[in-house]
Design a protein around this ligand. Structure first.
Ligand code: SF4
Ligand code: FE
Length: 513
């Protein structure tokens, strides 16, 4: 591949070989004011690496769910690298995501790359058709090499944005959106920063993409390209998470979920080179909005991951109610029903979006954008309510419990053991572990993923409302009402309704044969 690849790897086909692939990469990472020598060995970072490794582990344990046969190599590779060629492919992504949410209780970080490659497949194809460019073939060449590697592709999309009221080229500082600073015969150099990039340090390659609709004056910001994570000029600044330093302490109980965590970091690009063969958009500013729309259509229904995480939290709430001896109370059962109803609502809208997928010009299937936006919009609210109910069932001890050190203390340990017991048959330590897990998911490290990331990931709530407003077809719906109410329609109302039909329902109903 590119001459700038600073480490070469053979096919990664297990969690172990994935972990080995991350060692000795020489990334420039800062965490809490210090350079990280080896992320794999850093206790704050390691849980996020374990969560990514779980995607490889699931591929070994359940290849039907988490792998596909590569269209390039004929070998089994991760489903995260697959271009969807049917509705079923889209649906299987969601099933895999729910399962991984169940297994890790957190963000496993690999969906951005999956959703980006699917969006780029169709967008590069359509750009070539309009501009006679050669992006699609370049992209396929890159993808083939990712299939050979079976590696992790991360995204680099969300710019830091500066003044939200100004376009990229209008900003006081031109670097507030990633842009091209210079060109050579071999490629381009980019500069800027991408904020809160999920799993970027645990990836092998990054796909740099614009974050919003662009105009002609923003042409230098219309850049899409692939860079290896260890490309010269990249600095990572690790995002702090609530309670992250608990993993620096002795013991495991206070961490709640000691094994798994999510990861977000800021990526600074300082004159990072992208060779021509890895550039998939350069200046075609009018395709930036299409790329963002398609990426978010995929990614907003990828948030069914949260229903898998919700399964863990519902299980923890039911378990702690039992440990407290409260499981038979009717209001407890009713709250668990409510949590389940909310959780399945997230899953239902996401997977329905996939079931309603359709072929784009490149042959890649795209999910239904309306239902995908509805799914993600649910995710901005429902995990908070599920989390609230979990804390309700847990009782106040979830926020006031003494530490593992107190439990193990020679003088006060026996007191904790005695006074923190719920049901006599259940060890005190088990009850403490379950309470810590609920704390982890609703207040601690994994609340970052389950709550705040649910709010802002793949676009904050208002971004979904804008998309829903664009697609809601009010003229069409008014016409339905006018007809049934027996009110004559004016000619221009009829016409507006007909024109709007293509936005959503036409495709939905055409798919019913
Ligand atoms: Fe995947 Fe969910 Fe993490 Fe996004 S938040 S990368 S969809 S697991
Ligand atoms: Fe995300």
């Amino acid at each position: 591949m590119s001459s700038i690849t600073t480490h070469t790897l053979s096919k990664i086909d297990s969690a172990e070989s994935y972990l080995a692939s991350l060692r000795h990469r020489n990334l420039l990472i800062y965490l809490m004011g210090e350079k990280v020598a080896e992320p794999l060995d850093h206790p704050v970072i390691r849980p996020s690496i374990n969560a990514m490794a779980a995607t490889y582990q699931l591929a070994e344990e359940n290849p039907e769910l988490a792998t596909v046969v590569s269209e390039f190599t004929g070998e089994r590779i991760s489903r995260f690298l697959h271009i969807c060629k049917s509705q079923q492919d889209l649906v299987m992504q969601n099933k895999m995501q729910r399962r991984l949410g169940q297994l890790t209780g957190t963000c496993f970080q690999r969906c951005v790359g999956m959703d980006a490659i699917n969006a780029l497949h169709s967008v590069t194809f359509e750009m070539d058709a309009k501009h006679q460019t050669a992006y699609h073939q370049r992209f396929l060449d890159f993808l083939k090499q990712m299939h050979q590697l079976n590696g992790v592709i991360g995204g680099a999309m969300t710019d830091v944005k500066g003044d939200r009221g100004l376009a990229p080229h209008q900003q006081a500082d031109p670097d507030l959106f990633v842009h091209i600073t210079r060109r050579t015969a071999e490629g381009v150099y980019i500069k800027g920063a991408k904020a809160h990039q999920t799993g970027c340090i645990n990836a092998h390659w990054l796909l740099v993409m614009p974050t919003l609709r662009l105009e002609a004056a923003d042409a230098d910001y219309a850049i899409v390209g692939a860079v290896p994570v260890d490309a010269p000029g990249i600095t990572y600044i690790y995002g702090r998470q609530s309670c992250d330093t608990r993993s620096l302490e002795e013991g495991f109980i206070d961490q709640g979920n000691a094994q798994y965590g999510g990861q977000e970091a800021m990526i600074i690009f300082d004159e990072v080179f992208i060779p021509n063969e890895l550039i998939f958009m350069d200046g075609e500013y009018e395709f930036a909005a299409l790329l963002v729309d398609r990426f978010t259509a995929y990614h907003r229904r990828s948030y069914v991951c949260k229903s898998g995480v919700g399964d863990v939290l519902i299980g923890a709430a039911a378990a702690v109610a039992e440990m407290n001896g409260a499981e038979k109370a009717s209001h407890i059962k009713d709250k668990l029903v409510e949590m389940t109803h909310l959780n399945e609502t997230i899953y239902a809208t996401g997977i329905a979006s996939s079931h309603q997928g359709y072929a784009t010009q490149s042959g890649c299937f795209l999910c239904d954008s309306m239902l995908s936006n509805v799914c993600k919009h649910h995710v901005t609210k429902m995990p908070y309510e599920i989390g609230r109910l979990a804390q309700d069932l847990a009782g106040g001890m979830v926020a006031t419990m003494p530490s593992e050190k107190d439990l193990n203390h020679p003088e006060i340990g026996a007191l904790i053991e005695k006074y923190l017991r719920g049901k006599a048959s259940i060890p005190t330590q088990d009850r403490m572990r379950m309470l810590r897990l609920i704390e982890n998911m609703t207040l601690g490290r994994n609340a970052v993923g389950y709550l705040t990331e649910s709010m802002h990931g793949a676009g904050s709530p208002q971004a979904q409302r804008i998309q829903i407003a664009r697609m809601m077809q009010l003229e069409y719906k008014k016409r339905l009402a006018f007809v049934l109410a027996g009110i004559p329609l004016e000619e221009n109302t009829k016409q507006a309704a007909v024109e709007e039909l293509g936005a959503y329902f036409e495709r939905v109903f055409q798919s019913v044969k």
